[in-house]
Design a protein around this ligand. Structure first.
Ligand code: BES
Ligand code: MN
Ligand code: ZN
Length: 497
């Protein structure tokens, strides 16, 4: 991971700050500090604006070099749009845009005045700005032996904010969420030779130092418990599976926990139903769900969230081998239901089936939410703009959609129903593990639902959103860390509102 810029907080702008960024609206007005700066320049600003057509639109910038009358070597105007519409989502984006601009200009140290023409940014908006900055700065470069100096962005950012103390406090609440997203992205990027089930479990165990209880179940434990579906997927790999149980007890004693479950295929070759060679390397990211849940627990523990939460990771490798499970095999899942394997590449649902059963039985959750890079079909349907949401509970689904809109990690609710469920009935067992190509994401969800029982449940299919990410204001890396901010927000509104 590339180093995030070091942050400092200040109440006032130092007269000799070499590079100053101010936030400007479409009428070319800034906050008091910015307006004062502009007022000191001798016509340079007006002329520069007239010459460039700088409009103050969100995402637009004007770089004024050596402004006459100012000690600053450089004054960068960042367009933020109308001050009245500048909300937390705009602040998040702006943080990313400002980082991107500074990097493009090869500026190594800058001061940003957190003020619009509407006044100083609230500490909450300021913290979102810093979150955007931090996430945009993220890079996975640990395996690059030759680091290009000119390619690195700003190393020091000073933010000027009237309530700098309150901003620092607000950032202390948000920074753990940034750390969580970074952990999720790092895990998704990590090479599969370096990150097997054992290594993944060890990463989760690092959260112990933040007060998360972490229990790791090995192959023997899983056999004793009876996770026949999960173990079948694992049997072709020389690297035995793990199920990780994380507990964050930040809520009231006795309050039933919220459970978050992640699909953790450290590599999905497809197994005997092997995938085509092209792009198979992407299947190192088939643990994106488990990565997001790990990142979420980093966030919850880091900010001491007032919630009782359980995280469960089903960490397995799917490989072709003489000992692999095969098409035709009939498995007995932990629930007792039998599954005919018709495609060993539909493995994620087998892993999740047993973990869902285990979660519902052991923890009696208020709800359970699983995240999984489950089907290529969800990417066909929704692209990388939205993840698929499947749920048996309208309230939970509504809260998730809302959290998605509020964070920009968006969700689209997909249909479920008995018409789809019957597509996975099997001739030889209780069900088969694939319903074929059509409605592939929905039949996968119907499969999971058979292991859920009465617990309010949601399944997020993040195969389109976790990896191969498009360039956005807050991410330039391949992995997005999708789900961490979304679920942190859900926890805040449901349990901490
Ligand atoms: N891990 C894949 C789904 C996936 C595809 C994730 C592309 C990310 C990007 C999953 O295990 C899988 O192979 N699903 C199959 C299901 C089919 C065999 C029923 C698929 O989507 O083709
Ligand atoms: Mn697969
Ligand atoms: Zn998979």
């Amino acid at each position: 991971m590339a180093a995030a810029p070091s942050l400092s907080f200040s109440k006032t702008l130092e007269a000799d700050a070499p590079v100053v960024v101010i936030l400007v609206d479409p009428d070319n007005r800034a906050g008091a500090t910015g307006n004062a700066l502009i007022g000191q320049t001798t016509g340079g600003f007006e002329r520069a604006v007239a010459a460039t057509g700088f409009s103050g639109k969100p995402g637009s910038f004007l770089d004024i070099l050596a402004p006459a009358g100012l000690s600053a070597g450089r004054l960068i105007l960042a367009g933020v749009g109308a001050a009245a519409e500048f909300d937390d989502k705009a602040a998040l984006k702006l943080g990313g845009q400002v980082y991107g601009k500074l990097k493009e200009l090869k500026v190594k140290a800058a001061t940003v005045v957190l003020e619009t023409s509407g006044g100083p940014l609230s500490p909450e908006l300021g913290a979102e700005f810093l979150l955007g900055l931090r996430l945009r700065a993220y890079e996975f470069d640990k395996y690059k032996t030759a680091k290009k100096d000119e390619a690195t962005g700003p190393v020091a950012v000073t933010v000027v904010a009237e309530h700098s103390g309150k901003l620092k406090k607000a950032w202390a609440e948000v920074e753990p969420v940034a750390d969580g997203v970074v952990i999720a992205r790092d895990l998704v990027h990590e090479a599969p030779n370096a990150l097997g089930p054992q290594e993944f479990a060890a990463e989760a165990e690092k959260l112990k130092k933040l007060g998360v209880e972490v229990e790791v179940l090995g192959e023997k434990d899983l056999r004793k418990i009876g996770m026949g579906a999960l173990l079948a997927v694992a049997q072709g790999s020389v690297r035995p599976p793990r199920v990780v149980v994380m507990k964050w007890n930040g809520g009231k004693d006795g309050d039933r926990p919220a459970v978050f479950i992640g699909k953790g295929l450290v590599f999905d070759s497809g197994g005997i139903s092997i995938k085509p060679a092209a792009g198979m390397e992407d299947m190192k990211a088939d643990m994106g769900g488990a990565a997001a849940v790990t990142g979420l627990f980093r966030a919850l523990a880091g900010r001491k969230a007032k919630v009782n939460a359980i995280g469960l990771l089903g960490i397995v490798e799917n490989m072709p081998d003489g000992g692999s499970y095969r098409p035709g095999d009939i498995l007995t899942s932990l629930s007792g239901q039998t599954i005919e394997v018709v495609n060993t590449d539909a493995e994620g649902r087998l892993v999740l089936a047993d973990v869902l059963t285990y979660a519902a039985d052991r923890f009696k959750p208020v709800f359970m939410i699983n995240l999984a890079t489950l089907t290529g079909a969800i990417g066909v349907a929704l692209g990388s703009q939205m993840a698929g949401l499947f749920s048996n509970d309208d309230q939970l689904a509504g809260e998730l959609v809302k959290a998605g809109e509020d964070t920009g990690e968006r969700l689209w609710r997909m249909p479920m129903g008995p018409e789809y469920d019957k597509l996975i009935d099997s001739r030889f067992a209780d069900m088969k593990n694939s319903g074929g190509r059509s409605a592939g994401s929905i039949t996968a969800a119907q499969f999971l639902k058979r292991f859920v029982g009465e617990t309010p449940w949601a399944h997020l299919d993040i195969a389109g959103t976790a990896m191969s990410s498009p360039e956005t204001d807050i991410n330039r890396a391949w992995a997005s860390g999708y789900g961490v901010r979304l679920l942190d927000r859900l926890v805040r509104t449901r349990f901490e509102g």
